[in-house]
Design a protein around this ligand. Structure first.
Ligand code: A2P
Length: 334
């Protein structure tokens, strides 16, 4: 079997580490792994396939001889370095928002729109974590009865904001429990024992950038600019696992039972929906898992064609690292 040289940009970050773990656990055929980060962590080591590998500093010439580069070091790093990777003949799978809405860059969730991959010109974008899990759950319903409108509220974990955010929640919780004050620095308000209705910055419309990402990326991935989506994105004091309350107005009537059946047979989805046994997904049960979990499926009593559901996923896996590795797997198989 052919083996590939794979670089991970942002290898010391929360998503970068998950990318490396995912490449290892899914036995991606790797000839050489190149972990890249800033000069701050160059020289430190990461473990891969029981070997210790030195982290290298990201430079313009990091991509010579590299087949795939998985980027997760922030939008400005992707903007600057992805073109060098492409010039070296490498395929970039970018987890930042930088290229997502570029019409020449496919935005791909392999369970939903793998066909978009064939048009890539060296860069493929990985969607926002909240969008990725939502479209996996929406797609079977979309295909069966059409979707008019989606109203989503998210409950997003702090790992989506990186390793300094994880440290802030942990330290702030500890200090607060012992009666002390721990001022926020990553978030705009204390995240411990709190809920913050702001993810990313505000736009003139009153929406946040995160909310607009969910709206625009959903339209792009489903290839349907007419689907109406509105979102409220909220940060909650959970370490790993994003949850979403999703209200779906379908074009034709569909029963909750039919939605359950569709989702039970959908790729990448696991239905956990037995309220009589208090069975529904939670971030604690989804953390460390690959699937998008769906529960609380019910018909909306307030409109004719409405479905309510609760969708939970490990934001570092399907929301980021797993989706990126699945894209690379798809490319080497096709
Ligand atoms: P470093 O550890 O050297 O700062 P997170 O999102 O979890 O905070 O991680 C961000 C990732 O992006 C880290 O691996 C970080 O590396 C990397 N990174 C940040 N700035 C740069 C940069 N200027 N060049 C390369 N990698 C960077």
């Amino acid at each position: 079997m052919k083996e590939y040289v794979v670089a991970v940009v942002g290898a010391t970050g929360v998503v970068g580490k998950e990318m490396i773990d995912t490449l290892e656990s899914r036995e991606f055929p790797i000839k050489r792994l190149i972990p890249l980060a800033s000069e701050r962590s160059a020289g430190s080591t990461i473990s891969f396939n029981e070997k210790s590998i030195r982290v290298e500093e990201l430079t313009e010439s990091s991509f010579e001889g590299v087949d795939f580069a998985l980027f997760s070091a922030g939008g400005s790093i992707s903007e600057k370095y992805a073109p060098f990777a492409v010039k070296s003949g490498c395929i970039v799978i970018d987890n930042t928002s930088h290229f997502r809405m570029d019409p020449t860059v496919p935005l791909v969730v392999p369970e939903v729109n793998p066909g978009a991959l064939k048009d890539h010109k060296g860069i493929i974008a990985n969607p926002n974590c909240s969008t990725a899990q939502m479209v996996v759950a929406l797609k079977p319903i979309y295909d069966a009865v059409g979707i008019e409108r989606v109203v989503v509220s998210t409950y997003q974990s702090v790992s989506g904001a990186g390793k300094s955010a994880l440290e802030e929640l942990e330290n702030q919780s500890r200090v607060n429990l012992s009666g002390g004050n721990y001022p926020p620095s990553v978030f705009t308000h204390p995240i411990a024992f709190n809920v913050i209705p702001q993810i990313d910055s505000f736009l003139e419309s009153g929406y946040t950038k995160e909310e607009m990402k969910m709206i625009q990326e959903t339209q792009k991935i489903l290839n349907d600019p007419a689907i109406r989506v509105t979102a409220t994105a909220v940060r909650v004091p959970v370490f790993v696992g994003h949850s979403e309350s999703i209200n779906i107005q379908t074009k034709q009537k569909i029963t909750a039972q039919k939605v359950r059946e569709l989702l039970e047979n959908a790729p990448g989805v696991e239905v956990m929906d037995a309220p009589e046994n208090f069975e529904y997904p939670t971030p604690r049960s989804a953390a460390g898992q690959d699937a998008v979990f769906v529960g609380r499926i019910r018909e909306d009593v307030s409109i004719e064609n409405g479905i309510e559901l609760w969708c939970v996923c490990d934001n570092l896996r399907k929301g980021a690292a797993l989706n990126a590795v699945q894209i690379a797997e798809y490319l080497i198989q096709s």
